[in-house]
Design a protein around this ligand. Structure first.
Ligand SMILES: Cc1ncc(COP(=O)(O)O)c(C=O)c1O
Length: 358
């Protein structure tokens, strides 16, 4: 296979810096050795600092979907309310149902944000003991109002809030403890800018307690099993050690950049793309809820997204993303996350202007 690399403006996987790829090539260490425990112990406080938490951050060798399964398998005793306004939140409902967990979806049109009052009304029934929320719907470029939803969920003491921050974590500040979250998960191939294959999953003490009370539904994704090893700075199964080297290096790089500067860079990149999209096309989600990591642009000009992407790849070594599922052709997505820079984004938009004659 020819290895032709295009600069990725796709919402995962995203660009991975050569230094990170190099960190992955660190010679292997044995996962039951002092060196491994040292590595694990070094990463944990960095993850806690990164997620503004003093609670536990678990690492699963899986993509995000594994951690989504883990969240519902470990945290739902009674019934789960799945908040659905996009492809990935819909999938989380499907995952919950497939795991045989009692659940109900609150379906909202995909271009509309989940509003706190919608959640409050459902939770008032007293039926639910957990809620799933996708913070940043990668399929629609919509960012749900997490702080406001967390505040509402906080009014219901026995209800755990499980958050998919897959395409937000690393690009947007998530204050796990201050928000009172119970699970916050993300695969590392999005705004964390590592290759796919590892999931970061912050869990609250409440969530861990809930997991202890539930008859185990899983082994690989069991919180109690994970925590037992975690306390020894190990994982129960052999983890992807190259990812741990890379994550350690990336956390250092993020602190060196400064977390607030990193999040500020994401805001700048987002507003560049949003301004451009408003001028030439339109944005799919309702105003006020546009994502700070990926823009879903309405194809008001009826361009061929496939042709645009082919030219981008062939002539400029850049790649964007078509719309997701039914939105294919009707929308296209430009990711502005991870280690991309403002200069990268300006460059991409300039090139699209040239190709489309805008
Ligand atoms: C918001 C969101 N949740 C979940 C997933 C599933 O992630 P993975 O492919 O890492 O399992 C994705 C993938 O794009 C996503 O964007």
């Amino acid at each position: 296979m020819r290895n032709v690399h295009s600069r990725l403006f796709t919402p995962g996987p995203t660009e991975v810096r050569p230094e990170i790829l190099q960190a992955m090539a660190t010679p292997q260490i044995y996962h039951r050795s002092p060196e491994f425990r040292e590595l694990y112990a070094e990463i944990q406080p960095k993850l806690q600092k990164f997620l503004y938490t003093e609670q536990t951050v678990l690492l699963f060798t899986s993509s995000s979907t594994g951690a989504m399964e883990a969240a519902v398998q470990n945290c739902v005793k009674k019934k789960c309310l799945n908040l659905v306004n996009g492809a990935f939140s819909d999938r989380w409902h499907e995952i919950t149902a497939t795991c045989g967990i009692p659940c109900e979806a609150l379906n909202v049109p995909w271009n509309v944000a989940i509003k706190p009052e919608m959640v409050e009304e459902k939770l008032a029934s007293g039926e639910f003991d957990a809620v799933t929320l996708v913070y940043n719907e990668t399929s629609t470029g919509l960012m749900n109002p997490l702080p406001q939803i967390a505040e509402v969920v906080g009014k219901f003491p026995g209800v755990l809030l499980l958050v998919d921050a897959v395409s937000a974590m690393g690009g947007v500040k998530i204050e796990f403890d201050a928000l009172g979250l119970d699970v916050c998960l993300a695969g590392v191939q999005k705004a964390l800018a590592l290759p796919a294959g590892l999931a970061v999953c912050a869990v609250s003490d409440r969530a861990l307690k809930r997991a202890e009370e539930i008859k185990p539904r899983t082994y690989y994704f069991s919180f109690p099993v994970m925590v037992k090893s975690h306390q020894k700075n190990e994982t129960p199964a052999t983890p992807s050690i190259p990812h741990l080297f890379a994550l350690n290096a990336q956390l250092d790089a993020m602190f060196a950049e400064g977390l607030d500067r990193r999040f500020g860079r994401h805001e700048t990149m987002a507003s560049l793309v949003q301004t451009w999209a408003k001028r030439h096309f339109g944005l799919y989600p309702e105003e006020g809820y546009w994502s700070r990591t990926v823009s879903c642009i309405t194809n008001t000009r009826g361009i061929s997204v496939d042709d645009l992407n082919k030219t981008l790849v062939k002539d400029y070594g850049m790649r964007i993303s078509n719309g997701y599922g039914d939105l294919k052709g009707k929308t296209f997505r430009i990711a502005h996350m991870g280690d991309l820079t403002v200069v990268d984004v300006r460059g991409l938009l300039g090139v699209i202007d040239t190709i489309l004659g805008l």
